[in-house]
Every structure is written in C-alpha cells, then in structure tokens.
Ligand binder design. Structure first.
Ligand SMILES: *[C@@H]1O[C@H](CO)[C@@H](O)[C@H](O)[C@H]1NC(C)=O
Ligand SMILES: *[C@@H]1O[C@H](CO)[C@@H](O)[C@H](O)[C@H]1NC(C)=O
Ligand SMILES: *[C@@H]1O[C@H](CO)[C@@H](O)[C@H](O)[C@H]1NC(C)=O
Ligand SMILES: *[C@@H]1O[C@H](CO)[C@@H](O)[C@H](O)[C@H]1NC(C)=O
Length: 339
C-alpha cells in the first residue's frame, strides 16, 4: 500500500468512527503523509515535498513557510494581510496561490512580491483588491487577479516574461488600462472580460494571441484597431453594445484570427472577416441579411472561406433567407446554426 492510500484509509477509519469527520484541521489529508519540512498546520505531500498546501484552514495570516518550499497554496482562508517578512525564508518560491481570501492592497506590505526572484505564478483571485499588486518580480509569467474590485492598474514595466494576465470580473474602465500593459514583450493571453469598458483600450501589446473583452459596454471599434496584432487568434467581444455603425469595414478582416465571438450585440449585418477564420459566433444579434461578401470577396478554386462553425441563431434570419450560392464560399463549413 502506498502512503497516499494508507492516509486515505486512515482518514476513512477515523471518518467512520466519527471523530474527525468534518474537521479541516485533520492532520493527514488525502494528499498523503506530510513531509517533516512543513508548517504544522499545513500539508506537504511526501511525494511532492516542495509543495505546501494550506487550503481551507481558517488562517488569518500567512503561516511559517520553511525553506525548500517552491509551491505554496493558501486558498480559501481569511488572510487579510501579508507582512514584509512573510516569505523571508523562501525567496525562491515559484508559485503563490492566494485565491479566496480577504486581502486588500493597503495590507500587503512593501516589496513582499518583488523579493521573490523566481516567482512565476501569482494568483490572488477572489479577494478585496482595488488595485493591481506590486512591484512584481521580473520572473513572473502568470498573474491572476480576477473577481476583485480593481479600478486601477499599476505599471507592469519590465515584466519581460509575463505571458498570461487574468483580470476578469473587476471594475476596470478603458482609461485605467491604456498605459498599464505597455512594454510587456511576452504577453500572449489577456482576459479583461466582465469589466466596465465602453471603449477598446489603447496600448495593448502586439504580441497577444488571445484577447477576451466580452461582457463590457464596448460600442465602437477604432479603424484598423486589430491590425496591429499580427498574431491574434482568439478574440471575444460578445455581450457588448456593438452595432453596425461602430464597426468600420475591415475591422475584423485580420488574417491570423481563428475564432471570433461577436454574439449578444446589436449587429444587423455580418462584419467582414478574413478567409482564414474558422469559428464565428454571431448568435443573438439583430441580423436580418446574410451576404456572402462578408466571408468571400472573390470566389475561386483556392479562394474560399475556412469557416467550420458559424452560429447565426437568435437573429432575424431564416434558413430560406440564406443565399443558395453561399456554399461556394463556405465550402468547408460543417455546422451552421440558424435557429
Ligand atoms: C525564517 O526562519 C527563521 C529561522 O528558522 C525563523 O526564526 C523565522 O520565524 C522564519 N520566518 C518566517 C516568516 O517563517
Ligand atoms: C471583502 O469582500 C467581501 C466579499 O465581497 C465583503 O463581504 C467584505 O465586506 C469585504 N471586506 C472588506 C474588509 O472590505
Ligand atoms: C525569462 O524566461 C527565460 C526563459 O525561461 C529565462 O531564461 C529568463 O531568465 C527569464 N527572465 C527573468 C527576468 O526571469
Ligand atoms: C480582407 O483583406 C484582404 C487584404 O488585406 C483582402 O484581400 C480580402 O479581400 C479581404 N477579405 C474580405 C472578405 O473582404
């Protein structure tokens, strides 16, 4: 029997005898026996001793973190402050996961994160932040600050390896975003969905591959806005306030785009897209006409749309209103949903 199974077995026996059944303080979690180099209240699996799990322990502050720990989980506690010295013995920490706590910006002391020179992942989702945290170490690759009340972003200057930023479910307006991401050279993934933007932010890095801006109040796309991002593949603008008038002709004719979501807006006609687009979501708009030229400017043996999935349901279109010649353009489509 391995140690994990042994611990689980013990847990079951104790569970059945009713002693520790609902007790989160139970010392042997299902992760297995804890290695000796661990905070007493937490768990460091013997099979993975550089990880320390302190989830759901009603902690009010960061526990003692012994040297050797690289991955620290502190989820679902009541941590409302972080002292300057909280991580003094683990300056080589790589992951710090603080989701579901009560952190506010004013109670995160000094340069507590920037001292962690190996930090790659910092997650502070579901807390009480009103601004982004910082300064941050240059090693950071993945920053998640979703489901806070963030209205303001600090500078991310010099974070050369920052690749993923999750900021969905906050209170950001476009002017708060404009300068913040300048100079990020590796940013590929940016999620700004469920915020308060009424315009597209300026100054987003051209390296983006994935950009989520759905569930804002965006009503207009500046001419050529998406042209700068020459590798952009996934773009979501669903649940905004886009109408035909706010979309200049070639806004979405971007040759790198693979997926475009414009569902739940107020469009009456289908915005022109590049022939390379594969998935196009237009459900729940006010579409009343389908024009082949939205997908194909010219038709020919090598000139056709690569669309595979097209959603048109929840509009004013019917099967019979679709032009019969559309399949000469949408040659490889395997799913077109109309109603
Ligand atoms: C760091 O280690 C020293 C020496 O073992 C200890 O006294 C101190 O409390 C530790 N600090 C933290 C924040 O765990
Ligand atoms: C933190 O956020 C929670 C949930 O949004 C809220 O109930 C609580 O009052 C907040 N606490 C502080 C100190 O702002
Ligand atoms: C950025 O990532 C590269 C490749 O993983 C690494 O060699 C480099 O040291 C990192 N830069 C910083 C500042 O951590
Ligand atoms: C998209 O733009 C290119 C030039 O960048 C053009 O050749 C092509 O016809 C346009 N596509 C459509 C469907 O208008």
């Amino acid at each position: 029997m391995n140690l994990g199974a042994f611990a689980l077995c013990l847990a079951l026996i104790w569970g059945v005898s009713g002693q520790y059944y609902d007790d989160y303080d139970f010392p042997l979690s299902i992760y297995g026996l804890s290695s000796p180099n661990c905070a007493p209240e937490c768990n460091c699996p013997e099979s993975y001793p550089s990880a320390m799990y302190c989830d759901q322990l009603k902690l009010k502050s960061v526990p003692m973190v012994p040297p050797g720990i690289k991955y620290l989980y502190l989820r679902n506690n009541q941590i409302d402050h972080i002292d300057d010295k909280a991580f003094e013995n683990v300056t080589d920490l790589q992951w710090l996961i603080l989701d579901h706590n009560l952190l506010e910006n004013s109670k995160i002391k000094g340069r507590v994160f920037s001292k962690l020179k190996q930090l790659k992942k910092l997650h502070i989702n579901y807390n009480n932040l009103t601004e982004s945290v910082g300064p941050l170490p240059k090693s950071l690759e993945d920053l998640q600050l979703t489901n806070n009340k963030i209205t303001k972003l600090g500078s991310f200057e010099g974070l050369v390896n920052l690749t993923f930023i999750h900021l969905q479910h906050n209170l950001l307006r476009e002017d708060a975003i404009s300068a913040a991401f300048r100079g990020l050279k590796s940013l590929e993934y940016l999620d700004l969905s469920f915020n308060q933007m009424s315009k597209l932010p300026s100054g987003l890095p051209v390296t983006l591959l994935t950009l989520y801006l759905d569930n804002n109040k965006i009503n207009n796309i500046p001419d050529e806005y998406f042209k700068r991002f020459n590798g952009l593949q996934y773009l979501r603008l669903s649940h905004n306030e886009l109408a035909d008038g706010g979309i200049p002709g070639n806004s979405f004719n971007v040759s790198s785009l693979v997926e475009l979501d414009l569902s739940y807006n107020k469009l009456k006609s289908i915005p022109t897209v590049n022939e390379n687009l594969e998935n196009y979501y237009l459900e729940v708009n006010e579409l009343e006409k389908f024009e082949v030229k939205s997908f194909c400017k010219i038709l020919g043996p090598l000139s056709y749309s690569k669309i595979k999935h097209l959603r048109l349901d929840g509009n004013r279109l019917t099967e019979s209103s679709l032009p019969p010649d559309m399949y000469e353009c949408l040659r490889v489509a395997n799913e077109i949903t109309v109603n």
